[in-house]
Design a protein around this ligand. Structure first.
Ligand code: 5GP
Length: 154
């Protein structure tokens, strides 16, 4: 599968674009970051939006690039209630969309009054199109936090 490599600068610009959209259209009470890929964007968004509370959920689905388990499994559940809260779920990318399906369900069960999804990117085939996203690609995305300082590419 072809890969696309993103820089910190590109990711930061994308996060600012998401923040702008959220500020205009859906200012959240709580950000739910999906570990691991959604955590850096979630924390950055929280600061840009002015100290919005961040909660974490961890869902395991991928074993390797494009190699998935049977279904996503929650390894760290959401902590506490989201009763009556406006919640934005933040992840790096919606690929099959199965992870987000599980997370949306959990956030609703925790009592959120409104739920939206914000991702840096989405794949054209996803079944969960984020309410807010910055770009589409059919390639495997390599985010800057996944890279080592020195990388030898074939
Ligand atoms: P999904 O459940 O939508 O198939 O995938 C969800 C998770 O798998 C994403 O949050 C991300 O962590 C990982 N993932 C899926 N596609 C990609 C990709 O192209 N690049 C990276 N780095 N992770 C991906």
């Amino acid at each position: 599968m072809d890969k696309v490599y993103l820089t910190w600068w590109q990711v930061d610009r994308a996060i600012f674009a998401l923040a702008e959209e959220l500020r205009k259209n859906f200012m959240p009470d709580v950000i739910v970051g999906v570990a691991r890929g959604g955590l850096i964007p979630a924390v950055r968004l929280s600061h840009i939006l002015g100290d919005v509370e961040v909660k974490v959920i961890d869902v395991k689905f991928y074993k390797d690039i494009n190699e998935r388990m049977e279904k996503p499994v929650i390894t760290i559940p959401l902590h506490g209630s989201l009763e009556g809260k406006k919640v934005v779920i933040v992840d790096d990318v919606s690929d099959t969309g199965k992870t987000l399906e599980v997370v949306i369900d959990e956030v609703r069960k925790a009592g959120a009054s409104e739920v939206k999804v914000a991702c840096l990117s989405m794949k054209p085939w996803t079944k969960v199109v984020p309410d807010f996203y910055v770009f589409r690609t059919d390639k495997w995305i390599v985010f800057p936090w996944e890279e080592f300082p020195v990388v030898v590419r074939e």
